[in-house]
Write a protein that binds this ligand. Structure first.
Ligand SMILES: NC(=O)c1ccc[n+]([C@@H]2O[C@H](COP(=O)([O-])OP(=O)(O)OC[C@H]3O[C@@H](n4cnc5c(N)ncnc54)[C@H](OP(=O)(O)O)[C@@H]3O)[C@@H](O)[C@H]2O)c1
Length: 323
């Protein structure tokens, strides 16, 4: 097997790619030949030691994979060699072969290519969890998506549109805004240049109903003020770095609500709820209600460059490593 190893928390350039012994399936488990491993923002934070959880080194980063079953252990039923599967693995995904418990496997629908499947679970589950479990987006409501060219942002556009909402997408580059329009956004804003609050209010005659915020940083204050009465602000992440402080009077005014979204913690507390959430998403994919964009692909050996590009905002949509 070939895999990425983090030997010490720190610079992304210190990651090494090395060969190791092929894993064997454990009882109740399988070995998956990984065709693509999703690259997520959190993977970089893990490697740099900037995440709240610090894994003991050495470890292989990578939290989601898709591929085909290469070998099956004792006591596994319902799966065959060659089946197309996807899985959230926590750590260990940046490899060409991974041993997994059969219980972790999710069948990939025929309509989903394996690289797209490898980039799907985290972003799309977060978007659907936010828009249907933390609040309930209504048909015809307006959703303002910040970081709309990123993984969570693109998934939020796709999911919100599928649920009948109108989407305003805010992103920093023409390429990211064009991708948002292609995914179904009704309007786009260059939030580096435009006054976010004023532009959203003009586009909506009074404000957005929901803000999806995976970015934080300098746009949070204006986005909160862009909410109309009974508006909901969904706090998803802080890709920009600094954690914004919000003026509570802006929550009181217009009866707004600020909601935390911690999809990862919820999946641990409610695995059954997570299974239902993912099954709902895959039904939406099979019906053609969702159109997850194909990710850009990079070879496993370019892991450091891929993570650096993501952290430096050069990626539109998702990236996967193809071992
Ligand atoms: N709460 C949850 O359950 C949950 C689940 C998944 C992810 N997250 C978090 O959500 C955040 C976004 O994840 P993602 O997968 O969408 O990441 P991503 O694909 O890298 O997108 C993040 C977007 O943030 C914007 N951004 C603004 N300033 C940035 C900066 N200084 N550095 C990097 N990006 C910056 C970029 O858009 P522009 O260039 O257009 O500004 C970028 O496209 C991360 O913090 C992640 O940990 C949280």
């Amino acid at each position: 097997m070939r895999r990425v190893i983090c030997t010490a928390l720190g610079p992304l350039d210190d990651l090494v790619v090395e060969d190791g012994p092929d894993p064997e399936p454990r009882p109740g488990g399988v070995v998956v030949a990984v065709e693509a491993a999703g690259v997520n923002f959190v993977d970089a934070l893990f490697v740099q030691g900037r995440y709240q959880i610090k894994p003991p080194v050495p470890f292989t980063p990578g939290m989601e994979v898709a591929g085909t079953i290469a070998a099956i252990g004792d006591g596994v039923e319902g799966w065959r060699v060659g089946d197309r599967v996807m899985a959230m693995v926590g750590l260990g995904g940046y490899t060409d072969r991974i041993a997994l418990p059969a219980l972790a496997l999710v069948r990939v629908p025929d309509v989903l290519a394996l690289p797209t499947a490898a980039a799907f679970i985290q972003s799309y589950c977060t978007a659907l969890f936010a828009l249907t479990r933390r609040t309930q987006v209504g048909v015809g409501e307006t959703v303002l998506v910040l970081g709309a060219g990123g993984g969570v942002g693109q998934a939020a556009i796709d999911v919100a549109t599928a649920l009948g909402a109108r989407v305003i997408a805010a992103a920093s580059t023409e390429e990211k805004r064009a991708a948002a329009t292609a995914l179904g956004a009704d309007a786009v804003i260059d939030y580096g240049a435009a006054d976010l609050k004023t532009t959203v209010r003009e586009l909506t005659e009074g404000g957005a109903d929901i803000v999806i915020d995976p970015v934080g940083g300098p746009h949070a204050d204006a986005a909160l003020r862009a909410l109309r009465r009974f508006g909901r602000y969904l706090v998803i992440g802080f890709a920009a770095g600094p954690i914004p402080t919000i003026p509570l009077n802006q929550v009181l005014l217009n009866n707004r609500t600020v909601l935390g979204v911690d999809w990862g913690a919820w999946t641990m507390a409610d695995p059954g709820g997570q299974r239902d959430l993912l099954a709902e998403l895959l039904r939406m994919v099979e019906r053609g209600d969702l159109t997850p964009p194909a990710p850009d692909t990079r070879p496993l050996d370019e892991v450091a460059a891929a993570l650096t590009d993501l952290l430096e905002r050069r990626v539109t949509g998702k990236l996967v490593l193809t071992p």
